[in-house]
Design a protein. Structure first.
Length: 160
């Protein structure tokens, strides 16, 4: 068990230096409430710490699978969440503007759940993670081109 934790910690340290090459959508694209860190696990608010670690992962068109690049971001999220065991988070699933409202709500939910399952697999307790789908209703980039759509196909982890 200790070896597993040490291995996870080492992996997080290794990927922490990796540069995120996903679409540049800004530091904190979520709409969650900001809370203060009361556990001493770091400085700043919970959402600031999550944003610093990388609170957003991106998806391919009409996909909800977690890429290797996204796993690196999720490992950084795991490190922050493990340093702050009292925090709960909500994973917001988002889509681009293409498709129906109903379809995109379902796709956003699949993206949020895939993100949740990846965090659970990496050691975050399931009870600390909620999911919500906003479908295409909360775009981070209101543009109508591939760059905007790529930024809008995302899952954002925000502190509750």
């Amino acid at each position: 068990m200790n070896l597993k934790i040490l291995s996870l910690f080492a992996a997080v340290l290794l990927v922490a230096a990796c540069q995120q090459s996903q679409p540049n959508a800004g530091a904190n694209t979520g709409g969650g409430q900001t809370t203060t860190n009361t556990t001493g696990g770091g400085t700043g608010t919970a959402n600031q710490q999550l944003a610093s670690a990388g609170n957003t992962i991106y998806f391919a068109f009409d996909r909800s699978d977690i890429t290797a690049e996204s796993r690196q971001v999720l490992l950084r999220q795991v490190a922050v969440l493990n340093q702050n065991p009292s925090w709960t988070v909500t994973i917001e699933g988002h889509c681009d503007e293409r498709g129906t409202v109903e379809y995109n709500l379902g796709l956003g939910e699949r993206r949020a759940n895939a993100t949740k399952q990846a965090l659970i697999a990496a050691g975050v307790a399931a009870g600390r993670i909620n999911v919500i789908s906003y479908g295409k209703e909360r775009p981070v980039n209101p543009g109508h081109n591939e760059q905007a759509w790529a930024q809008n196909r995302r899952a954002v982890t925000v502190a509750n």
